[in-house]
Design a protein around this ligand. Structure first.
Ligand code: ZN
Length: 439
């Protein structure tokens, strides 16, 4: 018994000694903060497109005008027969006829200039690339680059324009469109002015550290004319709200009518019962609102309805009229052309493109003259009190309210930056601004 116990003790001490020595052997590799001390440098292999390229020559080019795969590969000792075989193999994965001018490609070949190229990689977009493995049996595969979504916050105080504020605050340009989608129902973005401000929480997508776009806005706040507006993204499974933004009281942000039939436009002439007509040079009531926008800008149906007229007249030029219900109709004049499928009797949804900005008929510049009828009478839609949208079904309200509160807490955390704290200063010109965003 005693002997056995002694044996156990000896074995136990030997074991602990062993553990200790292992520990001491391992320990010098660890720093206090558990960081592993760098191992003696082993040269890291250089990997491009998932291929070790250390012993290869990399040729990076762009596809030239009228350049086919054969033009690219023949100089790299790939025969016509091989190119043909490759093209057949590629059909299922990425047809070589889809290679486009000005897109990037890479050839990996061995150092021996007379050797055959080993890989051709077509890299047309941040989202994916296609590897054409030219060795032996040939192999073609497409690789999607992983997209990383990051939750971001942003804010801006408007000094000149919304556009400029977004640029100066280094926010992705798309947030302008997203905010208009959320608040365009309540705020007339033609009237955004100095001192207006906004905050938002959004998901931005990145590929290899580069932003590729905004996936969505979770919540936003816009202060316009000292009035505070909030929009919270909430999914209502069985109700189609086209956007799912609600205000703090669970009312849909979306209204029955869009504020205007074109985006990023400028009101060049308002509704006026005694206007001097710019072409006719005499007083004639202007029973519509003119939105100036570049030629070809899409014109949207401001609400769902049935197209009652797709026509041309000397005054109106090409125009479309939509009957929304028994009470309301709208009309869109001076179009350069109609959208595909738009003809009398067709049903359109709110936001559907019905035509494009032009200056057909009696018009001096590119614009859409937008006319609004209520009970058969032409009215100024900008002064109209319009019907409210359908409310959120009651059963969703508790879930909505808890989401709203958590989004609002996050919004409250976001700070407004003052003019001198901005990442980009208010000194540069904004000539790079796309025409569609000029106001
Ligand atoms: Zn007009």
């Amino acid at each position: 018994m005693a002997l056995n116990k002694k044996r156990v003790v000896i074995v136990a001490s030997l074991l602990s000694l062993l553990f200790l020595s292992i520990f001491w052997l391992v320990k010098p590799q660890l720093k206090n903060d558990n960081e592993v001390v760098e191992a003696p440098p082993v040269p890291e292999p250089t990997i491009k497109y998932g291929i070790v390229v250390d012993s290869l020559v990399t040729i990076e080019e762009k596809i030239g005008k009228n350049q086919f795969l054969a033009d690219i590969l023949l100089p790299h000792q790939i025969s016509y027969q091989e190119i043909d075989r490759l093209a057949k193999k590629a059909k299922e994965v990425f047809d070589v006829r889809k290679l486009r001018t000005k897109k990037k490609y890479t050839i990996l070949t061995s150092l021996d200039s007379l050797a055959k190229a080993q890989y051709f990689i077509y890299d047309p977009s941040p989202y994916f690339y296609v590897v054409y493995d030219l060795r032996d049996t040939m192999n073609v595969y497409k690789v999607e680059r992983p997209i990383e979504t990051r939750r971001m916050t942003g804010s801006g105080v408007i000094y000149t324009s919304l556009w400029e504020t977004i640029v100066k605050n280094k926010l992705p340009i798309e947030v302008a469109v997203k905010m208009e989608d959320i608040f365009g129902w309540s705020i007339d973005f033609h009237q955004v002015r100095k001192g207006d401000k906004f905050k938002l929480i959004y998901d931005e997508q990145f590929i290899e550290g580069q932003s590729v776009g905004v996936a969505g806005v979770t919540g936003a706040e816009f202060v316009h004319n000292d009035v505070d507006y909030q929009g919270y993204y909430f999914e209502v499974a069985d109700v189609d709200y086209h956007g799912y933004y609600f205000d703090g009281d669970a009312r849909p942000m979306k209204k029955v009518f869009l504020k205007s039939p074109v985006r990023y436009s400028r009101i060049s002439s308002g509704f006026n019962r005694a206007r001097l007509h710019p072409v006719l040079k005499r007083v004639r009531p202007h029973l519509g609102t003119d939105y100036a926008a570049p030629k070809g800008t899409p014109i949207y149906a401001v609400a769902g309805g049935t197209v009652t007229k797709v026509a041309f007249s000397r005054g109106n030029g090409k125009y479309v009229k939509i009957k929304h219900d028994r009470k309301y109709s709208t009309q869109y004049l001076h179009m350069s052309g109609f959208a595909k499928g738009i003809r009398s009797g067709v049903h359109v949804k709110q936001g559907d493109v019905i035509g494009y900005v032009g200056k057909t008929g009696l018009a001096t510049g590119y614009h859409v003259c937008f006319r609004f009828w209520k009970d058969g009478r032409q009215v100024n839609h900008r002064k109209l009190k319009l019907p409210p949208p359908k409310p959120m079904p009651k059963k969703y309200i508790p879930a909505f309210e808890s989401l709203r509160d958590s989004i609002q807490l996050q919004l409250d955390e976001v700070q407004y930056l003052m003019e001198d704290e901005l990442p980009v200063k208010f000194t540069e010109d904004n000539n790079s601004k796309p025409d569609s965003l000029k106001s």
